[in-house]
Design a protein around this ligand. Structure first.
Ligand code: GLY
Ligand code: MN
Ligand code: MN
Length: 430
């Protein structure tokens, strides 16, 4: 792996917490993600299933984790199944995890080869009353023609053991994963630190007439050189009015003199992510109007992020942020105060210039799992990302940091990333 090894105490603790929520005499079976193919025999870079990773630390395809805490025989209480390598694989792909390595990574003593999974599980299933199985329950998950390893496991297990009870592993992992432990925060801080240096590199490289993808290349160079696995998501490098398309990422336009660029990017280090947004003037000097809009958004970020603290419901935080942005839109002359006072609350006028949520959990997923009906708690990490988009002026501005919730409020993990207008201009002109 590119990243430094993670202490297996993290995964041992995660399993203890998971097991504490399992119903009596049940078996949890978690699978890795599939390796996905492009055309012909080329494959996309592998992304581990985050629940499996959270509970085992194993970052290899074709892995299965089995937890049966109430098993009669101690050896059946936790097993990792990994793919057995052979001469052919060694020649083409190199080494895979040995059993000993898998034990060191996961802290689980019993490691078996993947081909022995079904037979091993059979004996455990005789004894158990039910199964916990993994599933990606995300709203936007595409199901059509995209059967996942999890779908296949559910189908296989229910077909083979139809009279057992079935439960959702995701119910438990969604409860646990939002609260980050110290080891996880260290990894997220590392991702954030790589982001900071990547952004500074962009500030130093940016010049009028460059293509947006040249700036993307600066990010990519720095994050790969720093040991990150990959971008946390396809980075957004959007100059001028491109910044008003929220998920723009073709990054193929020319950065023109006088425009502002919106850069929304993240770093994935050891499977943990950062997610940050900054804006910069192509020519190194913000115009007066860009400064006005930028300062408004910065004010919302500074004030709004104060509401990210224990005991606050995410929707209450979002409502406060909406008022902050609305006030700034009036000051910028974009909304009329009287019309705002008499607006239909179901159709607030600010939506014309500000149309997205401004805080999401972040961790193993960029938009990490976690219920938004749950109050903010110590140990959660949220982004804060207000924005104002004015296509008719060719200006889109969003600023985004990552905040660890603490007893007294929060700590900005991305505090070292330049954000003040003067800092950005100074770095671009030196
Ligand atoms: N780049 C995705 C987000 O900011 O949520
Ligand atoms: Mn972002
Ligand atoms: Mn975000």
């Amino acid at each position: 792996m590119r990243y430094e090894s993670i202490p297996n105490s993290l995964f041992i603790k995660n399993r203890e917490n998971f097991i504490a929520q399992m119903k009596p005499n049940t078996i949890a079976v978690l699978t890795s993600n599939d390796v996905k193919h492009n055309n012909a025999d080329d494959v996309m870079s592998f992304t581990q299933n985050n629940d499996l990773f959270y509970l085992s630390g194993i970052d290899q395809e074709e892995t299965i984790l089995v937890l049966y805490p109430d098993a009669q025989m101690e050896e059946n209480r936790a097993i990792v199944f990994v793919k057995e390598t052979n001469e052919q694989m060694r020649i083409w792909d190199g080494e895979k995890l040995t059993k000993k390595q898998a034990t060191i990574v996961s802290g689980i003593e019993r490691i078996e080869w993947a081909q022995d999974f079904e037979m091993t599980l059979q004996y455990m299933a005789f004894e158990a009353d039910g199964f916990y199985l993994g599933h990606n329950e995300h709203l936007k998950r595409v199901t059509k023609d995209q059967e996942t390893q999890q779908d296949r496991m559910i189908k296989w297990c229910k077909g083979k053991y139809p009279l057992h009870e079935y439960y959702r592993a995701a119910k438990i992992t969604r409860d646990l994963r939002p609260i980050k432990s110290e080891e996880e925060v260290v990894l997220m801080q590392k991702a954030a630190d790589i982001s900071v240096n990547s952004f500074i590199r962009v500030l130093k490289a940016c010049k009028p007439t460059m293509k947006e993808y040249e700036l993307e290349a600066e990010l990519t160079y720095n994050l790969v050189k720093s040991g990150a696995s990959h971008h946390a998501f396809q980075p957004i490098v959007a100059s001028g009015k491109n910044a008003c398309a929220l998920h723009y990422n073709t990054n193929d336009a020319i950065c023109n003199d006088g425009e502002m660029i919106l850069l929304d990017f993240g770093v994935c280090y050891a499977n943990y992510n950062s997610d940050t947004t900054r804006c910069l003037p192509v020519n190194g000097k913000f115009s007066d109007r860009q400064k006005e809009v930028y300062s408004s958004v910065l004010h919302c970020l500074k004030e709004g992020s104060k509401y990210l603290k224990p005991g606050v419901l995410p929707s209450a935080y979002e409502a406060k942020m909406a008022v902050l942005v609305e006030t700034q839109l009036i000051e910028l002359g974009l909304l009329d105060a009287n019309k705002v006072a008499n607006q239909d609350p179901e159709k607030p006028l600010y939506k014309k210039y500000f149309m997205h949520g401004t805080a999401h959990h972040i961790g193993l997923d960029v938009h990490d799992v976690g219920l938004y009906s749950r109050n903010i708690e110590v140990g959660m990490v949220f982004t804060c990302e207000p924005g104002i988009y004015i296509p008719e002026e060719g200006i889109g501005c969003r600023l985004e940091n990552d905040y660890l919730i603490t007893e007294n409020g929060n700590v900005n993990l991305t505090v070292a990333m330049p954000i003040e207008i003067e800092e950005i201009e100074a770095l671009m002109n030196n």
